[in-house]
Design a protein around this ligand. Sequence first.
Ligand code: PHE
Length: 341
Amino acid sequence: MKQQLEAIRAAAIAAMEGASNAEDLEALRVQYLGKKGELTAVLKQMGKLSAEERPVIGQLANEVRAKLEAAIESRASELASKAMAMRLMSETVDVTIPGAAQKLGKQHPMYQVLDEIKNIFIGLGFEVIEDREVELAEYNFTKLNVEEGHPAREWSDTFYFTEDSGILLRTQTSPMQIHAMESRPLPIRMIAPGRVYRKDEVDATHSPMFHQIEGMAIDKGITMADLKGTLNTVVRSLYGEDTVTRFRPHHFPFTEPSCEMDIQCYKCHGAGCPTCKGEGWIEVLGAGMIHPKVLEGCGIDSSVYSGWAFGFGLERLALGQYKISDLRLIFENDVRFLEQF
Ligand code: PHE
């Protein structure tokens, strides 16, 4: 039996050292150490041995088993590091090959202006609200004191979904005033930028879709002075500290009094030039004190609270800021155009 064990040891170790991959090695493990393996078969005959021989052979058998296990382990790690070395060789990356350049996009000039405006208002403590473009006529018109029969409500002016549905694409961002008043606790300071839609033919200054920014502040004791102060602060941080503004009386159904704000032409400083069409002034927005009827319609006590609102077109502002001559360029998204800003 002793010879049998020695023979197994010699043969197994030679075979294991010669194994060329993990599967062969596993097969050898089964062949020698498995339940039906050669070493196990020898051990099964231990019963036939005398009491003196048994511990001697038992010890030898344990030694052989330990040797074989150690041989398997060391061969396995040799094979593993060889396999890793092969993989590293085959997966070598040539870091000197030039990479494929990623083409980077550019933020749209109008959204650059919008971000600038948002940042200014956030700095003044205003909240930015973005919301629905599909509106009820009730919010787009009625609650803004634009009664049935007003020309702005005409089919020829406004995109309605179906006849008499009262659902339309909003023609202005002003319905956001109503949504804010109905959903937020007072005081409110918010701006609401977004798309608006009107039935206009496309030309250098018109588009059936464009962007507006609505602004609103409601609190106790708000006056026209707050409106002018806020708007002056905003245009000065947009166009420079020396920007001059003027407020002209105007009419909007949902503000009283109402006004339009002009800025003195940044090109000719009021002398008159092609940029301001000889006027010296450029009209930028409509604004006013929120009509008491509108406040009351939203459940706000107009004897305690007052507020102002303004609205302006974003495209026009971007055109002015970047000296772009045709509105259509803003919407075409031609990369050659966008890359210039
Ligand atoms: N919504 C008006 C427009 O589209 C602008 C405006 C907003 C005027 C808020 C006054 C107050 O012309």
